[in-house]
Design a protein around this ligand. Sequence first.
Ligand code: MN3
Length: 386
Amino acid sequence: MHTTTKNLVILGSTGSIGTQTLEVLEGFQNKELFNVLGMSCGNNIGLFIEQIKKFHPKKVCVGTKEGAKEVKSIFPKIEVLCGEEGLIELADDKNADIMLTGTSGCVALKPTLKAIENCTDIALANKETLVMAGDIVTKAAKANGVKILPVDSEHSAILQSSNGNFDLLNKIIITASGGPFLHKTKAEIENATCAEALNHPRWNMGKKITIDSATLMNKGLEVIEAHHLFNLPYEKIEVVIHPESLVHSAVEFKDGSTVAQIGTPSMHIPIQYALTYPSREFGIKSNSFSFLGQTLTFEKPDFEKFPCLKLAFEAGKTGGTLPVVLNAANEIAVHKFLRGEIGMGEIFKTVEREIERHNVIQNPTLDEIFEVDKEIRARVLGKISA
Ligand code: MN3
């Protein structure tokens, strides 16, 4: 079989998605499918050096100057870039066919736009990109004929179920496990401790996203992402609680037929599907799913108990800079909760307060988006006065 090798750039290769992406690449029987052209890491230099030895990228980017020096001393022939500017340079490569964005936070936004300019497809594993600048990113992608392929399990499920026929969809159904507080009272949730919130029943993830799963803000951010990815109004996006986390999401076509994607939870499938779409190459096969002995349950999300989800829908519908406010205020509030500075209930109150006082800018420029993001973060941190 004839295959052309795709040049891949990985932002955040030492993170959870990055390491699993490299596992997927190692698993492919056909080693010609992908060539790792570039990789970046924040500060896990030890692991990064091991990865460079295995995957031989031409260009890398390291978060700190000291780290970049260390990498350069070991690999003098590799181009070693540094910091946020370096990340944009790493993405600025006409030879790149696809870039996977596994970094968290807004640092991926400018590199993603640079890659799109170069007609590089995006395997998107970063929430902030579409939540903060969904209109700008999708417009640029459309203008350049670039595919944005989701790596998040729910959005991947929708891509898999629809096979990319978004125009034929009547609505999408995004499933949510409901997190550790699904059947707790409102008061119990508001007074929950950090340890309770971090004890997620289904997925083992980073701390920030685990707290977001406990408040359902994570689902809210995914709703905003879905709106941009699949070009659907918010009225056509439904969230359903599904504690077993086996149905990863579903689509309803205009003819009324519903297709869902089902499987044991694994990030390898969304990663390899995004990398090889529309074909279905695989290196790692997940455990088979059996319908026998399973009880699948579904329920309506309780907006009273999980007001962050409602807030996200509202911020998404209003659009403009409001999702930027939602995301920034939430992120800082979650970090304050993780440090024990505020209670769980304060996360929602903080985000709500920032949303209420914000003067929305419609069709913001990238600079305006970053300005709003910075201002909200500073105020929630208490660095500028309320
Ligand atoms: Mn998800």
